[in-house]
Design a binder for this molecule. Sequence first.
Ligand SMILES: C[S@@+](CC[C@H](N)C(=O)[O-])C[C@H]1O[C@@H](n2cnc3c(N)ncnc32)[C@H](O)[C@@H]1O
Length: 245
Amino acid sequence: MSSMVAERIGLFYGVGVGPGDPELLTLKALRIIKAAGAIAVPISKEGIRAEQSRALKVVGQEADLAGTELLELFLPMTKDASVLESSRTIAAGKVAERLSSGIDVAFITIGDPMLYSTFSYLVPLVQKLVPEAGMHVVPGVSSVNAAAAASSVPLAESGEKVLVVPAAYSIEELKRWIEEFDTVVLMKIFRKVDELVELLTASGCAKRTVFVSKVGWPDEVVVTDISRLEVAEHDYFSMLIVRRG
Ligand SMILES: C[S@@+](CC[C@H](N)C(=O)[O-])C[C@H]1O[C@@H](n2cnc3c(N)ncnc32)[C@H](O)[C@@H]1O
């Protein structure tokens, strides 16, 4: 009889931790995070440590991570394709190394891992390096859902159409979006807030646009008439929801 035992390969999880309120962390997310040997923490700016990550702060309120490796993955927010490729390749290599050693890795992400998260870019790269590793996604409460709840704005009713866009990429299409869709969710609005507010006000949408920032955090901001928006309220974790009048 052969005495060969297959080496265990770790599992790679993309875990959504919700928008920031630890009560919106799912039971499943918590279970997977507590059991993982390594927590992969995406870091978008150089010099930032895992402990400063919003996703990790959410998790840290509910789970004791002493003894768990915090695997920092530098994944900068840039449009430079070569920087994106090299940072993702390095990050995938770090994950693959743990998986090959039999360690389960939980990549934590704010909101849901399948909505504008670097997790989905890493999956094929990790799969290429460790084809035997299993991949699992644990959905999280998206900031879109949390913002709609915080502002009591229904995203859609009956046959309505919803558009979710990363506004920073193509702001010039705003007019068409608000004409074609009943609800337009503008994400990634940071640095474009003033321009967007100006355009929406000029289009007569100010009173039916809500600004939601840091939803689920103690300093959450909800402004229901964007003409009252102050510069101090701008934050990367912000969005605008425009409803048809
Ligand atoms: C890279 S995307 C991540 C989306 C995330 N995966 C999700 O499901 O919510 C980042 C954008 O999500 C939005 N966002 C994330 N968390 C937020 C929060 N707590 N409050 C308001 N907007 C948030 C902002 O528009 C931000 O620019």
